[in-house]
Design a protein around this ligand. Sequence first.
Ligand code: MG
Length: 195
Amino acid sequence: MATSHRPFKIFWNENFKHIVFVNNDPIVFLDMDGVLADFFGAFSNFAKVKHWKDLGPSELMQTMDAIIGSDFFGTIPKTWCCDELISMVTGFSGSYSILSSPLEGDEENCAYWKKVWIQNNLNPGPSDIFIDRDKGKYALYQNKSNILIDDRPHNIKAWENEGGIAIRFQANQDQLGVIEEVFKSIKKNRLNGVN
Ligand SMILES: [Mg+2]
């Protein structure tokens, strides 16, 4: 049966456009190393030292070289807060994406093993995975003022400079309350119609 003369077909198309247009909820981008994955602990174990700072410059270089081409990024343990953080973020926005820098000189291999890690460790999994060291360009991704949770001050600064909301969080020194507070104030602003 031909449906092209039905007026409600147009109505539904228009309505759908409207729904897409008003979805301005920010995307929460999560960093991996130092936030979800215990990179520094794994790195120290790999180098067989108590703390990575115990390594001299040449030992540090040797360890990095040994990681290149290996499955290291697929074997890192989760941080103490990984699961709780994922459930906190999905509770706040329903979903999240991953934004993680690749190791220099190991881009393709590192991205592969990071995706394996995500598959093995994160539930629910992310909507999107970006393995990219230029993080600032995602601050306004899809024309929203997005949220970044990351441990590196350099990334926080780049994100804020581009107009996003950045939360500095380092699993081995911070509590999840740092993130919860920001989520609460965003929700409050939204209810008050500020955002
Ligand atoms: Mg990091």
